[in-house]
Write a protein that binds this ligand. Structure first.
Ligand code: GTP
Length: 300
């Protein structure tokens, strides 16, 4: 019988390549929030999958951005750097049909700090390629450059070849006993996930700057007999942004609330009451103390 394996896997890359979608797919359930907008992920989050042969500890990281400004950008860079420093295995996610300049920068960045740890290149979004054979020259060229231990083309969206990635990762993990109890799914609380699921709906439903001036704070989270009662505040930076978020007759806030509640009911497997309020807190995203009190910065 082969030995049990377990370890941390840092999943990194530029924004919007599908890192969070890929980890949700690997975990087999939705833990992480995703959206078509870059920089949806702000925290380092551990997703845990335990099988008979291995325990996978996936670290989702904020997308690598060069030259980001402000306290929030610094916090996000710190979250990524600490994940890359400590992981047993590194998975760089890029997207078809080719590596872009920022993927090359991510590769260069990790080259210096990787040491002899395995680096796997996950080439995501193959479903976007009408002719899969067009992938072959790209894969051959990448293989020739010897940039990664393995290269796995896949689609996080439809799941194709994601099992192959899991098998490659399993082989790259150290032989070690499981580090977490087998029923634990994350290092984050349900309270944290609730705030994230509300933020996800803001990212998905509002254009331009609104998602980037928004954060969510859970005021109370109570398990009652027949439901989980959650009260949350969405913070924005200005009155005008509050008006947009609330929408006419409260329609915007209502849509955010009902979609987030449905996602939370699926996640918790219980009925949820979700009360949402919007408040203005000027400059929260560039105020280190405000970030701390809103739950940022505790992950690195
Ligand atoms: N076509 C296609 N789209 C995908 C695939 N994987 C993810 N996406 C989409 O790409 C967008 C970004 O996905 P995320 O998982 O939020 O990306 P991320 O890399 O975590 O993004 P950041 O938070 O910006 O770092 C979403 O609209 C996803 O639905 C895929 O395999 N195929």
């Amino acid at each position: 019988m082969s030995a049990y394996r377990s370890g941390t896997i840092a999943v990194f890359g530029r924004p919007n390549v599908g890192k969070s979608t890929l980890i949700n797919r690997l975990l087999g359930h939705k833990l992480l929030i995703t959206s078509p907008k870059p920089q949806t992920t702000r925290h380092r989050i551990l997703g845990i999958k335990t099988t008979a042969d291995a325990q996978f500890l996936y670290l989702d990281t904020p997308g690598l951005v060069w030259g980001g400004k402000g306290a929030l950008a610094r916090q996000m860079d710190g979250a990524t750097a600490s994940a890359l420093a400590e992981a047993d295995c590194l998975v760089l996610v890029a997207a078809c049909p080719r590596l872009q300049d920022d993927d090359e920068r991510a590769l260069d960045f990790v080259k210096g700090l990787r040491g002899d740890r395995p680096l796997i290149l996950a080439l995501n979004k193959v479903d976007r390629m009408a002719h899969k054979e067009a992938l072959l020259p790209l894969l051959a060229a990448l293989a020739e450059r010897r940039i990664a231990t393995e290269i796995v083309p896949l689609s996080a969206r439809d799941g194709s070849n994601v099992e192959a990635l899991e098998a490659v990762i399993a082989r790259a993990l150290p032989e070690r006993e499981a580090l977490y109890p087998e029923d634990q799914l994350s290092d984050r609380s349900d309270r944290f996930v609730a705030a994230e699921f509300v933020r996800e709906q803001v990212f998905r439903r509002f254009a331009q700057e609104i998602p980037y001036v928004t954060t969510v704070d859970i005021e109370s989270f109570r398990e009652e007999k027949h439901l989980v009662r959650i009260e949350a505040i969405i913070y924005v930076e200005k009155e005008g942004q509050k008006a947009i978020l609330v929408g006419q007759g409260g329609a915007g806030l209502k849509a955010v609330g009902s979609a987030a509640r449905r996602a939370l009911e699926r996640h918790l497997g219980r009925k949820v009451y979700l009360g949402l309020w919007v408040k203005v807190r000027g400059g929260w995203s560039d105020d280190a103390r405000a970030l701390q009190s809103l739950g940022y910065g505790s992950d690195n």
